[in-house]
Design a protein around this ligand. Structure first.
Ligand code: PLP
Length: 397
């Protein structure tokens, strides 16, 4: 299939970074300003207060110039000491990566193994916590929405398992690909450290991440001895901004102010509903394709479907990268690829951020064209299933 010069708007269907609304692009295009200028501090304080509302927390929030990995690292070095043991419920590529980072810092990592297509067993989690009567496990590092597989890890159930076993471990939650797209409630779910990033549901450019930290998290920080400096929360608290040891990325805060305005103008619940219906439309389309030995939903646990990303499993013998290549090079639609062991086996449709029905239908139509051109078996007409569902929802609303 011949590549073509890209014309028209690119349909960006990656699960992060995501489409940046024009009003955020304009807001980010701000001239340089002293980060202690009162005009900027007003924007800064309002944006940080907004992040707290989106995280649904009353607690401390620290922000970093760095992508989500920086916030992962900040959580680890600020809370723990060499040899501390963490429990990582296996979700996929991102739980593996966070666990690997913890090992790099000399922490002990226990993995609660799971089939990436089905997710962990909560009875098993309770068993592990109940058996840990000496409380060797200092924290659970949970990836709320596994972006590599399109599966959610219900955090309220993790909190319930900790409470049911009277286990004092901290609950760390990565909400990088769920925040601003799916329900997340830091304080209500008893999350001690919530890790978020700028480039997904918040619809901002990549480059800023943050952690919400509970009082229990701050108490653990006081006893932590892992080396830290630039990411040290204690150092940050001495600054006016209570974050950022160096220069503050001011332009991102103009964007963040606009991002929060957009999310709150729509209403968080409406935002979540929009993601839920677009996610369901994608799933109905993929289910339709899956007839005739076509591509299918990677996630096999319907109660844990992600509303921000869908991983689509290719039929045996067919390469997901060929589909992605045609979609991008011929039709200018950018899809996500398979990560680590899923490389070539899945492609991912991101459906989060600044997105509506025509955008998702355009993406699904293009994926179907790419399947056809790549010679991948499928039942044609998946987009009709998505159209029927989206029309039905619109009718009822
Ligand atoms: N955690 C999750 C769930 C992610 O989806 C990502 C990135 O896609 C990361 C962590 C890493 O974040 P970053 O790429 O911003 O460093």
């Amino acid at each position: 299939v011949k590549p073509r010069l890209p014309r028209g708007r690119q349909f960006f269907a990656n699960p992060g970074p995501t489409n940046i609304p024009d009003s955020i692009l304009k807001a980010v295009a701000h001239v340089s300003i002293d980060f202690n200028d009162p005009a900027f501090l007003k924007v800064y304080d309002a944006a940080v207060a907004g992040v707290k509302r989106i995280l649904k927390t009353q607690h401390e929030v620290f922000l970093y110039t760095g992508s989500g990995h920086a916030a992962w690292e900040a959580a680890l070095v600020n809370l723990f000491s060499a040899g501390d043991v963490l429990l990582v419920p296996e979700t996929g590529h991102f739980s593996d990566s966070w666990g690997k980072m913890a090992k790099d810092f000399g922490l002990g990592v226990r993995t609660l193994a799971a089939d990436w297509r089905r997710g962990i067993d909560f009875a098993e989690l309770r068993g592990v916590l109940a058996a840990d009567s000496g409380h060797a496990i200092k924290a659970i590092c949970a990836v709320h929405n596994e972006t590599a597989t399109g599966m959610v890890l219900p955090l309220a159930e993790i909190r319930a398992a900790l409470d049911a076993t009277d286990h004092p471990a901290l609950l760390l939650a990565d909400t990088i690909s769920s925040l601003g797209s799916m329900e997340f409630a830091m304080d209500a779910w008893g999350v001690d450290v919530a890790v978020g990033g700028s480039q997904k549901g918040l619809m901002l450019p990549t480059g800023m991440s943050f952690t919400g930290v509970s009082p229990k998290g701050m108490a653990a920080h006081a006893g932590s001895t892992l080396p830290k400096s630039y990411l040290n929360w204690t150092n940050m608290l001495t600054r006016r901004h209570k974050s950022f040891i160096g220069t503050v990325p001011t332009s991102l805060f103009y964007g963040l102010e606009e991002s929060i305005r957009l999310l709150e103008e729509e209403g968080l619940d409406e935002v979540f509903d929009r993601h839920a219906r677009l996610g369901e439309a994608v799933r109905r389309c993929v289910r339709h394709w899956s007839g005739n030995n076509g591509p299918s939903l990677f996630c096999l646990s319907p109660d844990r479907y992600s509303n921000s990303v869908t991983a689509v499993l290719m039929p045996e013998g067919h390469d997901a990268e060929a589909v992605r290549r045609i979609a991008l090079q011929t039709f200018n639609v950018s899809l996500g690829g398979g990560l680590s062991r899923l490389g070539g086996k899945v492609f991912r449709i991101g459906h989060l951020g600044d997105l509506n029905e025509p955008m998702i239908l355009g993406t699904l139509s293009t994926v179907e064209m790419a399947l056809r051109l790549a010679g991948v078996p499928h039942t044609p007409g998946g987009v009709n299933a998505a159209i029927a569902y989206l029309a039905e929802v619109a009718q009822g609303s």
